[in-house]
Ligand binder design. Structure first.
Ligand SMILES: Nc1nc2c(ncn2[C@@H]2O[C@H](COP(=O)(O)OP(=O)(O)O)[C@@H](O)[C@H]2O)c(=O)[nH]1
Ligand SMILES: [Mg+2]
Length: 298
């Protein structure tokens, strides 16, 4: 089994740190008052559940306070959605902790929306969020803001990695880190995707390192974090689409939250739902915005 890494954080006082925590030198303190923007009027405050609550609600009776919220942005996924969610729930229930699954859809042109609502009716743990404009980052952000779990686990419909969820939750619950990133590019990771996709990850990570001073090895994909602690960071993020996830991790790192990477194994179940070359111009535009906001304006 691959070992988790020591969390990395930086000793630097940034506006992110101050804004995220209200206490610049104590970013991991429980007492944070994240600001909530207009689109996020209602963000229920989770409480840490007791072990007995977890057991009582383990079989998915729609727990009032789930331990974890698994967020899956979905777009044009009618082919994969139902099997993936049924399989995910089948693996999560026996683990014995209360959870919810948020399917955060936007802009699908196929039957994804209807299927998501069907899954919501079928499983008490599932919630479907839908809106009209396709946007990965916005879907993820909305899921985070509406999550009720103490911990948030970000997943993708073509991954649904319960092993990552289990390992990440253990790390978060033991207090070793505030955020856990499942890295495809870490020593010890097994990235079984096609070569051009691995190259894409290398290129984007290099850009993030050079332009945004990113210190880790991956930002996209599997992530887990303490929701309340990281809400302030989510609210400071300025880009959506693909780079929202990168901005989120980088801002957390720069604000001295303890970000720990663990290696993951990834295989592609199908090609990405959005053509990769069509994503490039928007990624470059958002990277420029982030460079100005983070590196120049600070
Ligand atoms: N809501 C939403 N989800 C998206 C969008 N684009 C991709 N996704 C979802 O994000 C996850 C990852 O997308 P994928 O196409 O596999 O891209 P990859 O992460 O580069 O492999 C999947 O669950 C997709 O359905 C989008 O525009 N909106
Ligand atoms: Mg994928």
């Amino acid at each position: 089994m691959d070992r988790p890494q020591t969390p990395r954080s930086r000793s630097r006082k940034t506006s992110d740190a101050a804004a995220a925590t209200g206490v610049a030198d104590s970013p991991t303190a429980e007492a944070q008052a994240p600001t909530v923007g207009a689109e996020q009027a209602e963000t229920p405050k989770p409480e840490t559940p007791k072990l007995s609550d977890e057991n009582a609600e383990a079989q998915g009776a729609g727990p009032a306070t789930p331990l974890a919220t698994i967020i899956i942005p979905v777009y044009n996924e009618q082919g994969l959605l139902e099997t993936a969610v049924v399989d995910l729930i089948g693996k999560l229930r026996p683990l014995g902790f209360p959870f919810e699954v948020i399917l955060s859809e936007n802009g699908s042109k196929d039957d994804t929306k209807e299927l998501a609502f069907g899954l919501e009716r079928r499983f008490p743990e599932v919630r479907a969020l839908v809106s009209s404009e396709p946007n990965y980052g916005r879907a993820l952000r909305r899921g985070i803001l509406e999550a009720r779990g103490t911990f948030v686990l970000c997943d993708e419909i073509d991954i649904c990695d319960v092993e990552f969820h289990t390992r990440a939750l253990a790390i978060l619950r033991s207090g070793q880190a505030d955020m856990v990133v499942g890295s495809k590019a870490h020593a010890g990771a097994h990235d079984k995707r096609p070569a051009f996709r691995r190259l894409g990850t290398k290129v984007i990570n290099t850009l993030l390192r050079v332009f945004l001073d990113f210190r880790g090895t991956d930002t996209h994909g599997l992530k887990a974090f303490h929701r309340e602690r990281l809400l302030g960071i989510v609210n400071r993020c300025i880009v959506d689409r693909d780079l929202f996830a990168s901005e989120f991790v980088i801002r957390a790192e720069r604000a001295d939250f303890r970000v720990m990477e663990i290696p993951v194994e990834i295989a592609e179940k199908r090609p990405p739902s959005i053509n990769l070359t069509r994503r490039i111009p928007k990624v470059l535009k958002d990277l420029t915005r982030l460079f100005i906001a983070i590196r120049i304006r600070g």
